[in-house]
Design a protein around this ligand. Structure first.
Ligand code: ADP
Ligand code: MG
Length: 671
C-alpha cells in the first residue's frame, strides 16, 4: 500500500555511522525561579541506524516523550551530545533544526496534532509548503498519500469531521509528505480503539519494510513487541535494549545522506521563486483563520472600519469647511475693506467722504480699487409688477471687486457711468422675478424710483453656498445715474468698498487710508474702516485648526483600531499556540511563523481599511444629501488606508514575533 514513492529519499548507507547517536543525554526541568529541579533523562546513550524499527517502552512519566522531542529536534538536551548522521545537532541554529524537522523527520502524535481550521489535504500539504514545493506538486502528493491511506473520500474534511483512526492516518500522511525518512511516533495508538490501533501499527510496519527508520514510543508492551528492536526506559535511563538485527532487511534504503544546510545555503529551493507563492499561501491561511473566527474578526474589523471611516469623513468635513471659506474669499476677495462716515468717538458730527477723499485713497500705492456704493430698497416696476428691491448703485468696477461675472448681456462701462446712462443689470433672482417667462430680458425697461432704466445684462447666480446670495436679489445701476435719478438727496456714498493690492497688504492699506483721511479731515477720525478681509482670514485660520483637530481625533481612533488589532493578534497567538507548535514540528522556520502572523494582521487591516473606506464614503454621501459641505480628497482616503495597514503591521509585529519565538515543545503542549 505505501510503496517506494514514499520511501525515505535519503538515509546514510554507511552502516558504521549510526543515523542517530546519543551520548550522555540528560534533561532537567526547573531549577530556577524557586522551582525544584526535576531530572527527566539521566544519561541516555543510544545508537539508531537507518532503517531500524525501534520501540521505546516505559511507564508513564519515564521520560519517553522528552526523549522523542530531543530526537526530533523539538527540544534540546540539558547535557550530552546528539549526532545526526555524524553531525552535531547541538551546533545547528534554529533554521537548520527546522530544516531537519521538515526534511528528515515525520511526527505522529497521540493527539494527532492536526490544525483544526484546515482540511485533511491541507494538513498533509503543510510540510511541503514550508519546503517550498509548488502548489500543484504538493496537492498531488497529498492526495496520493491520502488515497493510499484509504482517505480518498475525506480530502476536504476538517479534523473534527474525522474519526480518531482517520485523523491519525492523516497525521501519518503528513509525516510522509516530505519523505519522512525518520518517523517519530509518540503513542500513536494511545487514543485509538483496538481496530484503528492495529491499522496504524500495520501501517508503521509497512513503512519500516519500505525502509523508513521508525521510532515508536509507547507504554504498552504488546504494542512495543511489534517493533523489531525494543528499548525499555525507566526513570530517565535505558534499562534494557533488545539490540535486534538492525542490519537485516534494509534493501530498500537508498543512498545519499542528507546534507544539513548551514544558514548560508538555501535549503530545498530558491527563496525568491517562492516568495509570492509563500505570501499567497500565508494570505490564504490568514483568510481561513479570519473566517473561522468570525465574531472576533468582525470585532477587530469594526475598530479599523470606524477608524478609517472617521478619518475619511472628518477630513472630508474639514476640507468642506475650508473650501467654504475659500469660496467666500472668492466672492468677497481676501483684500476687501469697507469705509464709511461715522461720528468720531470724541463726539461731534459724522464726516463727509467726498469725491476728492476717494480720489486720494485711490492714489495710495497699497490700494487697487475704490468702489463707492449707494444702496437702498427702492420700488422697482415692470409693467404692472412692482417690488421693493435693493438698488445697488456703484461704478463699473463692481463685478471685478466682487469677483463676479455677467451671465447675459454686459455690464455698464466707465463712460456710461460718467454720462449718467440709465442702464440696469439684474441679479439672478430679480431677473426671475420680473421676467419669469422671458429668457432674454435685454432691452426691456424697468422703472426704478421714477426713472426708466434699460436692462443690459443679468449677473450670474451667486447661490446659497457663496455667503452672498442676497446679491442675487439686487439690481445694479451706474453710480452717477443712481445719484442723479434715484438717490437725489444723497451727498456722499453709503459706504465705500476698498480693495487692497493684495491680501498681505490689507493692514498696511488700512493704516495708510486712516492716516490719509485723518489728515484730510483736519485731524478728526469722523469715518470708520471695517476690515472684512481680516475677518475672513481669521475664520479661515479657525476652520483650518478645526480641520486639524478633526484629523487628530480621527488619527487617535485609528491608533485605537491598531491597538485592537494588536490585542486580537496577541489573543490569536495565545489561542493558537498549539497550531504554531504543529507548524514548527512540521518544519516551519521562525520567519515562516512571523510572516504568517504579519500577513494575518495586514489582511485584517486591509479588509478593515477597505470596508472603512466604503463606510466613510457612504456616511459622506448621507452628509452631502443633508447639505453638509463635504469634500472627499483622494489623498486623505489613500492616507487613511495606508495608515490603517501600517498600524496593523506595527501593532501586529509584536504578537507575530511572540509567536515566532515560541519554543516548539512548549507550543505543542499548548502552554
Ligand atoms: P512520558 O512521555 O514517558 O510519559 P514525559 O517525557 O512526558 O514522560 O515526562 C517525563 C517527566 O518529565 C514527567 O514526570 C513530567 O512531569 C516531567 N516533565 C515533562 N515536561 C516537563 C516540563 N516542561 N517541566 C517540568 N517537568 C516536566
Ligand atoms: Mg509521553
Amino acid at each position: 500500500m505505501v510503496s517506494t514513492e514514499s520511501a525515505p529519499s535519503s538515509v546514510s548507507t554507511d552502516r558504521s555511522v549510526p543515523l542517530i547517536a546519543l551520548r550522555g543525554i540528560c534533561k532537567h526541568y526547573g531549577g530556577s525561579g524557586g522551582q525544584p529541579e526535576v531530572t527527566v533523562l539521566r544519561g541516555i546513550d543510544l545508537d539508531i541506524h537507518a532503517g531500524e524499527f525501534v520501540a521505546v517502552v516505559g511507564s508513564s512519566g519515564s521520560g519517553k516523550s522528552t526523549l522523542m522531542n530531543i530526537l526530533g529536534c523539538l527540544d534540546r538536551p540539558s547535557q550530552g551530545s546528539y549526532h545526526f548522521q555524524g553531525q552535531d545537532v547541538g551546533q545547528l541554529d534554529a533554521d537548520a533544526l527546522a530544516w531537519l524537522r521538515r526534511e528528515a523527520f515525520g511526527f505522529v502524535f497521540q493527539g494527532y496534532h492536526l490544525i483544526a481550521s484546515e482540511t485533511a489535504q491541507e494538513n498533509v500539504e503543510m510540510p511541503a509548503i514550508y519546503a517550498g514545493v509548488s502548489k500543484e506538486a504538493r496537492m498531488q502528493r497529498a492526495q496520493s498519500l491520502l488515497n493510499r491511506l484509504g482517505l480518498n473520500t475525506r480530502l476536504h474534511n476538517r479534523p473534527h469531521q474525522l474519526s480518531g483512526g482517520q485523523q491519525q492516518r492523516v497525521s501519518i500522511a503528513r509525516a510522509l509528505m516530505n519523505g519522512g525518512s525518520v518517523i517519530l511516533a509518540d503513542e500513536p495508538t494511545g487514543a485509538l480503539d483496538s481496530q484503528s490501533g492495529a491499522e496504524v501499527m500495520a501501517l508503521l510496519n509497512e513503512l519500516a519494510d519500505a525502509g523508513h527508520t521508525i521510532l515508536l514510543i509507547t507504554h504498552d508492551r504488546s504494542v512495543a513487541a511489534q517493533a523489531r528492536r525494543v528499548i525499555e526506559i525507566h526513570d530517565g535511563r535505558i534499562v534494557s535494549d533488545s539490540q535486534s538485527r538492525h542490519t537485516a532487511d534494509q534493501a530498500a534504503a537508498p543512498a545519499q545522506p542528507l546534507t544539513i544546510p548551514t544558514a548560508k545555503d538555501a535549503p530545498h529551493q530558491t527563496a525568491t521563486a517562492s516568495w509570492w507563492a509563500d505570501l499567497l499561501e500565508a494570505a490564504r491561511s490568514a483568510w481561513r483563520g479570519m473566517v473561522v473566527n468570525r465574531v472576533r474578526t468582525s470585532l477587530t474589523l469594526l475598530g479599523i472600519v470606524i477608524g478609517v471611516a472617521s478619518v475619511i469623513v472628518m477630513l472630508a468635513i474639514g476640507e468642506g469647511a475650508r473650501r467654504q471659506v475659500v469660496e467666500r474669499m472668492g466672492t468677497m476677495g481676501t483684500a476687501i475693506l469697507y469705509m464709511g462716515s461715522k461720528p468720531p468717538a470724541t463726539g461731534g458730527p459724522a464726516g463727509q467722504l467726498t469725491e476728492e477723499d476717494l480720489q486720494a485713497v485711490r492714489e495710495l500705492p497699497e490700494i487697487r480699487r475704490v468702489l463707492p456704493v449707494i444702496g437702498d430698497p427702492v420700488t422697482v416696476r415692470y409693467g404692472s409688477a412692482d417690488k421693493q428691491l435693493y438698488v445697488f448703485a456703484a461704478s463699473e468696477e463692481m463685478p471685478a471687486v466682487h469677483h463676479w461675472s455677467v451671465a447675459q448681456g454686459r455690464f455698464y462701462t466707465q463712460a456710461e457711468d460718467h454720462d449718467l446712462a440709465p442702464l440696469v443689470v439684474l441679479g439672478h433672482k430679480a431677473w426671475k422675478h420680473f421676467f419669469p417667462d422671458t429668457p432674454n430680458p435685454l432691452g426691456k425697461q424697468l422703472i426704478i424710483g421714477n426713472s426708466a432704466f434699460e436692462v443690459i445684462g443679468v449677473m450670474s447666480e451667486r447661490g446659497a453656498d457663496s455667503g452672498a446670495q442676497d446679491y442675487d436679489d439686487m439690481v445694479f445701476i451706474p453710480y452717477n445715474a443712481g445719484r442723479a435719478r434715484v438717490y437725489q438727496s444723497q451727498t456722499q456714498p453709503d459706504y465705500v468698498v476698498v480693495e487692497a493690492m493684495s491680501s498681505t497688504q490689507v493692514h498696511a492699506a488700512e493704516t495708510a487710508m486712516r492716516q490719509l483721511l485723518i489728515a484730510r479731515h483736519g485731524g478728526r477720525e469722523d469715518f470708520g474702516i471695517g476690515n472684512a478681509a481680516a475677518r475672513i482670514q481669521a475664520e479661515a485660520a479657525t476652520r483650518k485648526s478645526m480641520a486639524m483637530m478633526l484629523g487628530l481625533i480621527a488619527a487617535v481612533s485609528l491608533v485605537v483600531g491598531g491597538i485592537g488589532v494588536m490585542n486580537v493578534m496577541l489573543m490569536t497567538v495565545k489561542e493558537r499556540t498549539r497550531e504554531i507548535g504543529i507548524r514548527m514540528a512540521v518544519g516551519a522556520r521562525q520567519r515562516d511563523i512571523l510572516r504568517q502572523f504579519l500577513t494575518e494582521a495586514s489582511l485584517v487591516t486591509l479588509v478593515g481599511g477597505s470596508v472603512g473606506l466604503l463606510v466613510g464614503l457612504a456616511v459622506g454621501a448621507v452628509l452631502i444629501a443633508a447639505e453638509v459641505a463635504v469634500v472627499f480628497s483622494m489623498r486623505a482616503m489613500l492616507g487613511a488606508f495606508a495608515c490603517a495597514v501600517i498600524t496593523g503591521l506595527i501593532f501586529g509585529y509584536k504578537p507575530a514575533q511572540t509567536a515566532a519565538r515560541l519554543d516548539p515543545v512548549r507550543a505543542l503542549a499548548g502552554e
